[in-house]
Write a protein that binds this ligand. Structure first.
Ligand code: M6R
Length: 596
């Protein structure tokens, strides 16, 4: 997720340090390149490159940049590889305009061709540059800035936010469609940024922009216009009184709930990222296709994603994969591994010692090692052949939620590519996730008192829902401190069934193709007085057999298991809160486990 920041001040001054600090506040969003531009009279000073904020800022001496207006941008590559030329901000053809965006302009390729055909100078492959040319196109036709932006707004398809400035002017302009953009108004300056927390250290007086709004920033005031019809929009600034921590929670009581709700957004980002990097995807897929043995390796929640990934890879591509809990890799497979094998090492943090230990063994035996991790620059990403980024931004809450779903989606995407499956409509998945969270939240909340009366429960799944049952059980254990065991549903009758007494709750995750089998398990529980709670698509057979049902939207046998885990994340959250526990920081646990 990229981030932008722009500032207009009432005098020429050193803006470099302000831009560096603003960029640092946006780093949590994830990035691979950084850039800054200041505008002073007729001169634009533009410095940028791939790399981390501190190193690029030092190498190009951002600190010495001066001006009355400045823009900084952190880029996470989608269109064009991470490089100096693709880094943002970008100039227009004549070097009179400078701008930067975050988000994705989905018709970037077509636009670049059109701009070149119109005689503009296109220097990079990046869609941020297309935003600049989209405005340039209309300014060159003689339009004023606001109508020019209106024209650009019509031409740029996708979700993005954009900031732009021109030489010999005293303003910056920004507009948004889909991505976040917040305006700050301070003493002697105004600013605009991708998010509220990055503005708060400068000012608490803000205006949150809506989609389709253009803001003009002067040093002492701002003005809003509609991108549709150019009409002036009246909106008074609001004063933020909450603490930084509560602002970061964006109105949610806990980071966990916020991160559960962010899952559709980061899934969309991830899919865009994967679609935009076919070379990376092909590199990993072709190595998996040619490998003798393939291992997916992780711990805890990341291991559950590995298990789901192995099932998807077998189901969609007919390729057997060995999912392994990382510390078991050396004793079970260490002496069998060769350079003909491939491993994907999976970790939210990229620092889990158990995973790094397994990597060391694998690399000593010359296995081809890839990583799938969220934290940029983490040890795992640096030590592997190539890194599949999870594109989730910060996950603050200790229980993993959005990183888990993006791990699973990454594996599902790779499996579909490997198997040449083209009828899985990935573009629908984020919407289905959003719908699932919306419709299951009240259903789940209604079940909390019943399940929370117990300190023991089971979460059962079969086939592709099995890893999600394990993950649901881990979430419940982790933050409610109650026992919940995840199992294959068919194994329940081989022992644990003896735990069932009157009212004993058992959760059943039902894949659309496994309903008859799940119903057998349900009846083994209900006929002994237990409460069987089914989580699945609307199905009359489940409804009449189960004691309760959480209904998820209809999809397909690949998406349904992933959707089924969302209400169970919510269930664990609401149960923990009802018990008076803080789900974000469960006792005894740490977000990053760097010990054996
Ligand atoms: O950072 P990692 O993904 O390598 O962490 C692995 C586990 O410690 C982690 O998934 C843990 O199980 C989570 N807190 C579960 O929510």
């Amino acid at each position: 997720m990229c981030g932008i920041f722009g500032i207009v001040t009432d005098k020429e001054q050193p803006l470099g340090p302000i831009l560096i600090e603003a960029a640092q506040r946006l780093t949590y969003r994830g990035y691979d390149s950084v850039g800054a531009a200041t505008i002073s009279g007729a001169t634009i000073d533009l410095r940028k490159d791939a790399g981390r904020v501190e190193e690029v800022a030092e190498r190009y001496n951002f600190a010495e940049m001066t001006g009355a207006r400045g823009i900084t941008q952190l880029r996470w590559a989608t269109f064009g590889n991470p490089s100096q030329i693709n880094a943002q901000p970008h100039l227009d053809s004549d070097g009179d305009l400078v701008g930067a965006h975050n988000g994705n302009v989905v018709n970037n390729v077509e636009l670049r061709q059109a701009f070149m055909a119109e005689g503009m100078t296109v220097r990079s492959e990046n869609d941020g540059e297309s935003c600049v040319h989209a405005v340039e196109r209309y300014l060159d036709r003689g339009l004023d800035f606001i109508p020019a932006i209106q024209g650009a707004y019509q031409d740029l398809q996708g979700d993005y936010a954009f900031v732009i400035g021109r030489v010999d002017d005293d303003k910056l302009y920004a507009f948004k469609k889909g991505s976040g953009l917040v305006v700050g108004i301070g003493e002697g300056f105004t600013c605009v940024s991708s998010d509220l927390p990055s503005i708060l250290p400068l000012t608490r007086k803000v205006i949150r922009l809506e989609d389709g709004e253009i803001v003009t920033l002067w040093a002492d005031r701002v003005e809003l216009h509609s991108a549709e019809d150019g009409q002036l929009i009246e909106r008074q600034p609001e004063t933020i009184t909450e603490t930084m921590a509560s602002v970061q929670k964006e109105g949610y009581d806990h980071f966990m709930l916020k991160e559960i709700h962010e899952q559709p957004v980061v899934a969309r980002e991830l899919l865009h990222r994967l679609d935009g990097d076919p070379d990376l995807v092909d590199q990993v897929v072709s190595k998996i296709a040619d490998a003798r043995n393939v291992y997916f390796i992780g711990c805890g929640t990341s291991y559950h994603a590995c298990l789901a990934g192995a099932i998807y890879t077998a189901q969609l591509a007919g390729k057997a994969v060995i999912p392994v809990i990382a510390p078991q890799f050396a004793p079970q497979y260490g002496n069998t591994v060769t350079d003909k094998d491939v491993g994907i090492f999976v970790s939210q943090s990229g620092e889990t010692k158990d995973v790094l230990n397994a990597l060391e063994i694998a690399q000593a035996r010359e296995m081809m090692c890839f990583s799938m991790a969220n934290v940029i620059g983490s040890t795992l990403t640096r030590k592997t052949e190539a890194w599949l980024p999870l594109v989730c931004g910060y996950e603050i809450s200790v229980p993993a939620t959005k990183t888990f779903t993006n791990q699973v989606i990454s594996f599902l995407y790779l499996a579909a590519k490997l198997g040449g499956v083209e009828d899985l409509d990935f573009a629908q998945l984020p919407d289905l996730m959003e719908e699932t969270i919306r419709v299951t939240d009240p259903q789940v909340q209604a079940l909390v008192p019943k399940i929370n009366a117990w300190d023991d429960t089971y979460a059962l799944g079969y086939g592709a829902t099995y890893p999600f049952a394990l993950e649901s059980a881990l979430k419940l254990k982790e933050i409610t401190y109650a026992h919940c065991e995840g199992m294959l549903s068919t194994e329940f009758k081989h022992g644990p069934l003896s735990a069932v007494t009157d009212g004993f709750p058992v959760l059943f995750l039902a894949g659309p193709e496994d309903v008859p089998l799940i119903i057998s398990g349900i009846n083994e529980v209900t006929c002994r007085g237990g409460e069987a709670i089914a989580i699945g698509q609307a199905d009359e057979r489940l409804r009449i057999n189960a004691s309760d049902m959480v209904t998820i939207p209809d999809s397909n046998s690949a998406f349904a298991p992933l959707l089924a885990v969302l209400p169970l994340q919510l269930l664990s959250y609401y149960m923990a809160v009802a018990r008076g526990y803080d789900p974000d920081f469960p006792r005894n646990l740490s977000k990053t486990l760097t010990v054996d």
